[in-house]
Design a protein around this ligand. Structure first.
Ligand code: NAG
Ligand code: NAG
Ligand code: NAG
Ligand code: NAG
Length: 395
């Protein structure tokens, strides 16, 4: 033990420690790349080989300059070199789960989607830090529509495309595509991607997050103006009004001519037993929702990993904000058209003589029932637990 407290000899163990840490990080990194590569082709983040060579290169550089020049040895992890107290251990319960052994100053619990360069000063990488995020789940066939939509979002937006048809490089025909983030996983749904790639800790810098379908007409929509209205009216969860068309839509999400924003409506007789509740208030549809950072943190947790179509989610959104009938609403003066183009539905599979879209539709309905059942069960068991705790403590 004694020799470890001596500063002169402490460098050797540190050096080997550094080696072990570097090797370990390398192995873990390699493992994750190996793990994620066959299933995900993050085409634009096609880093694997490049990153590995970079790490290799850095490591060699580091070895060359490291131990020989004693003056330039950086302080190693966990001690400043002058005195090593091997018995002192770090344990910070308030750190994120699993990171308790780290000094809080080094913990970065949240991330972002900002692109960085591989050279220069890290502090000078970012020329802009967009405050809003918009995601579209897309197939290449809808590129014209998406191109038109993206142009309605200013430079204050990070653009993220989820590709369900595996075609990504073709999108570079659009200039904006080169700055966008592309995630390509075949035949998955919007909510599948959202659950996997929009973790609240990853999208933490964004004030608002748009999670949109690909078949929306945006001629009468401007994203900056939309956000102004959402802020003004205190909407945590919102959507642009829908131009009424042949399709049956909810009264709640239909665009109105006479106001900026509405939060309540009247439905057909018998549909709304109670005001302030869906479908007459406190809900928006799942095709073009916009979430505030806080609302998304809650909604993300509510999304089920296996219920990929998100049916029923719209009616449950109100559980995430309080009071829901004031913080959920529809923006009328920036509105969209739902074009109902065939998209993911046609990516299903023909089974038992049924068309692909039929199988998808059936699954949607099934998922809706499952979601409702799960939710009410969860609520019941929560209240049961609360009640019994209450009785235990009062008796
Ligand atoms: C280095 O460690 C010693 C003993 O723990 C401490 O007194 C000193 O302030 C530390 N120096 C720096 C620069 O952290
Ligand atoms: C090492 O650190 C622990 C915890 O901070 C402290 O209780 C102990 O006295 C220290 N030992 C020495 C030798 O400095
Ligand atoms: C982007 O955001 C900044 C800061 O909020 C604002 O001044 C600017 O007008 C926005 N850009 C557009 C195109 O609205
Ligand atoms: C819990 O207690 C409340 C009031 O005492 C009661 O209305 C409710 O039914 C109870 N719930 C369960 C699941 O026992």
């Amino acid at each position: 033990m004694g020799i470890f407290t001596h500063s002169t000899v402490s460098r050797k163990p540190n050096e080997s420690m550094r080696l072990i840490v570097t090797t370990f990080v390398g192995i873990v990194f390699g493992f994750f790349i190996g793990l994620s590569f066959p299933t995900l082709s993050l085409t634009k983040l096609n880093l694997s080989s490049r990153v590995l060579t970079t790490i290799d290169f850095k490591y060699t550089e580091y070895k060359k300059s490291g131990p020989s020049s004693s003056s330039s040895v950086p302080p190693s992890i966990g001690n400043n070199g002058s005195s090593v107290n091997v018995t002192s251990k770090i344990w910070v319960p308030s750190n994120p789960r699993g990171a308790e052994r780290l000094p809080p100053g080094i913990v970065r619990a949240e991330s972002d989607l900002y692109l960085r360069r591989l050279w220069g000063k890290p502090s000078e990488d970012l020329t802009s830090t967009p405050k809003y995020l918009v995601t579209f789940t897309v197939g290449y066939d809808q590129r014209k529509n998406i191109d038109a939509a993206v142009k309605k979002f200013s430079e204050n937006f990070t653009i993220l495309l989820f590709h369900y048809d595996g075609r990504t490089t073709e999108w570079d025909e659009f200039e904006w595509s080169k700055q966008a983030i592309h995630v390509s996983v075949r035949r998955q749904t919007k909510w599948w991607y959202a659950k996997r790639f929009l973790h609240p800790d990853i999208v933490a810098p964004y004030d608002y997050i748009f999670i949109w379908d690909e078949d929306l007409g945006v001629e009468h929509f401007n994203a900056e103006k939309y956000i102004k209205l959402v802020r003004k009216h205190g909407l945590e969860i919102s959507q642009p009004g829908l131009e009424p068309n042949k399709q049956l839509t909810w009264q709640m999400t239909k665009r109105r001519d006479d106001c900026e924003v509405h939060k309540e409506t009247e439905e057909r007789p018998g549909w709304c037993n109670r005001p302030h509740l869906p479908p007459c208030a406190a809900f928006v549809e799942i095709m073009a929702p916009v979430f505030s950072r806080d609302a998304w943190r809650c909604v993300w947790h509510m999304i089920q990993n296996d219920l990929v179509h998100g049916w029923g989610l719209d009616l449950a959104l109100r559980k995430c904000v309080e009071p829901a009938h004031e913080k959920i609403g529809v923006v009328d003066s920036q509105w969209i058209v739902h074009q109902s183009l065939p998209s993911l539905g046609s990516q299903g599979e023909a089974q038992n003589g049924k068309a692909p879209w039929q199988g998808v539709r059936e699954r949607c309905k099934k998922e809706w029932t499952i979601f409702q059942t799960r939710f009410s069960r969860a609520e019941r068991s929560y209240f049961k637990e609360i009640n019994s705790t209450f009785h235990r403590t009062t008796n």
